[in-house]
Write a protein of this length. Structure first.
Length: 395
């Protein structure tokens, strides 16, 4: 089978797709990852074959513009409120429009039989339907349909596209069943015929592990991560407030900057704080006791896979708000209001996840639940059976 994987040109969007792409490659299928920019670099470092889609039109640009809108607080509050849907639909849809023609050309010339995409990248569904390929909606956190606002933006922007495009054939759902969905959107475009639960792969990118990470630690270790952009980390402002809140708590804090410019960090950093550009998150969390993060779906599920309690400082108007709610609802951590970031509240939440046996127990329960979900290998076998059946019908 020939599987065309695609995502927006964003590292965190392609990472959840990597385990399935690697497994399909090991199973003898042909896998091609079509994206551009940082996402393509990440796929190549994971040992996958890539082809550029959207680079000539700077498909990354609308996403960066969206980050600036979010940083200014102009993207709504909850991920599913009307303003958030409108704003994200316009920018995500524009990314898709800049990638669409390249993806269509690649898919036709290569003969793709399935297109695998994360739901926020509605362009993947448009391409699958245009090619007559199996559309595979790959979950990356809370299960959501293909993002309708972005799909609508694309379909109404070009006269050569149909008025509507039916939903994907297959949905891969990686959310542990016990976690509630606080951002549930309606399936207005039909539902996938096949829904396959799959264990989250926790692939966080390649990176060197410093020897100190493996040493026995004398105090609890807490990982701090706010994603890979200055907008998410507020150029270090968020980390500075977390450090101030943890002052006096016996712990070691490790900042994972993701390469973002953090010129608002304290100078010098306290001796109990380490600054790292990039560490594979799951590996780092296996050597830690708690995490404070921005609520990204990858950070959320990787933390659960490691069985760690979490403090979530979400970004308004994004799915990180509902991710934080899910952490609180299952008892595995605390969500802190990002507006104002009250130091006393943040300090209480951080100390609590480092010391609370109840929160650690709740996180461990979700970890066990994830371990019992179908493996990537099992799902890859089932998926290839579905794609193969479609190929037989078409021939």
């Amino acid at each position: 089978m020939k599987y065309l994987f695609t995502s927006m040109p964003v590292v965190s969007h392609v990472l959840p797709l990597v385990p399935l792409a690697q497994q399909l490659t090991l199973d003898g299928h042909d896998v091609l990852v079509a994206t551009t920019g940082p996402a393509a670099d990440t796929a190549r470092r994971a040992g996958l074959t890539t082809v550029d889609a959207g680079g000539r039109l700077d498909a990354r640009e609308p996403y960066d513009q969206l980050l600036e809108v979010i940083a200014r607080g102009e993207s709504g509050h909850a991920a599913d409120d009307a303003e958030a849907l409108r704003v994200h639909g316009a920018y995500f849809g524009e990314v898709g429009l800049r990638m669409l023609d390249d993806l269509l050309g690649i898919g036709r010339q290569w003969g793709a039989e399935a297109v695998v995409y994360p739901g926020i990248h509605a362009c993947g569904l448009v391409v699958a339907r245009a090619l007559g390929a199996v559309g595979v909606l790959h979950g990356y956190g809370i299960p959501l349909p293909t993002f309708a606002p972005a799909l609508e933006h694309m379909l109404t922007s070009r006269g050569d596209l149909p008025d509507c495009v039916p939903e994907a054939d297959v949905e891969l759902d990686v959310l542990p069943p016990s976690l509630p969905n606080f951002a549930e959107l309606p399936w207005t475009n039909g539902k996938p015929r096949h829904r396959l639960g799959m264990r989250y792969g926790s692939f966080n990118g390649a990176g060197d592990v410093p020897p100190w990470l493996l040493h026995e630690r004398d105090v609890p270790r807490v990982i701090l991560t706010c994603g890979t952009t200055e907008a998410q980390a507020q150029r270090g402002d968020t980390y500075r407030r977390i450090i101030e809140a943890l002052e006096g708590t016996e712990c070691e804090a490790v900042i994972l900057s993701g390469g973002a410019v953090l010129d608002r960090l304290p100078v010098p950093l306290p001796p109990w704080v380490r600054l790292e550009r990039w560490l594979p998150l799951k590996f780092a969390l296996d050597q830690a006791d708690a995490i404070v993060h921005h609520g990204g779906s990858g950070s959320l599920l990787t933390s659960f896979a490691a069985g760690l309690p979490q403090v979530v400082i979400p970004i308004a108007g994004t799915v990180s708000m509902s991710n934080g709610q899910a952490v609180e609802a299952c008892g595995a951590g605390t969500m802190v209001d990002p507006n104002g970031l009250n130091s006393a509240e943040l300090a209480k939440a951080a100390v609590d996840v480092l010391t609370s046996s109840a929160k650690r127990g709740a996180a461990a329960a979700v970890q066990r639940e994830m371990e019992e979900m179908p493996s990537v290998r099992t799902v890859a076998t089932r998926l290839s059976s579905i794609v193969g059946e479609r190929a037989e019908v078409r021939s």
